[in-house]
Write a protein that binds this ligand. Sequence first.
Ligand SMILES: [Zn+2]
Length: 272
Amino acid sequence: MATSDPHPDLTTTERNRLLRTTADARRLCWALNGPLSTSLRVMAEQFYNPDVLLEPYVRAGSQINDLYAGGFHPISQAPLTDSRIASATVSVDYLDRWEDEWVEMHSECWDGPEEDGQPDPESVRYGTVPGEEPEYEGFSGREHLLMCCGTDRPLNKAATLEVRAKGEFLTVHDFVSAVHPWLMGLREDILAAAGVLEKKPLPADSELMVYHPGPGSLMIVVGEEEWKRSMRKHLQHDRLAAMKPYQLFMPVGEGSGNVPVWGCTAAYADAA
Ligand SMILES: [Zn+2]
């Protein structure tokens, strides 16, 4: 059967790294701040321009506008990725990195269980994390730091969601309507993780923005102004936009301006 996979000779991992969100999907201005109806807006193009008003993603009740078929902005029906996919798995960058960063951050608080002075059991606790290499060899039952400085080790916080197409391929709306409520449910954890990774506690009402809306590990930006700054058009955008996808092939985790490159999991959709 014909498929829209443009690189049949590559491995799944290699193909997924080449996946790019469509220009329509990149027009989303996506806040994690309440329901979809107030959190999503749409830019006129894939860059933030302070002189151009953002359009609502969900049609307001009184607004009569034929463009909003089904009540949503026309980009809602656009494919999420240039190569059409039937499903995609997403995770959150901050949550993926949270535990490692926490361990790193607290590794200098104590020399480990052999230290002469006893740690305060109210703020420091050791134990075991099944399936993990011990951080402290030879201390049975105390191989891992489970609590330090009064904060619990963020165990099992990395979360994934599989999003499936409702029709033939994954649309922007399939994606945001599944991922937005899932991210909202993780908001407290994302804030706590961002606080550890950014090395400053973040208030509960901090603005969170989804930076690259697509498959893979989602980048979240703290602060709408920060997001706007990073989404402003700059010269590099034109250069990157002119590149062919294979020219953007690079190791997972390396950013590339406004053109998202992910290590992600996606299943290609069969061509119509
Ligand atoms: Zn500590």
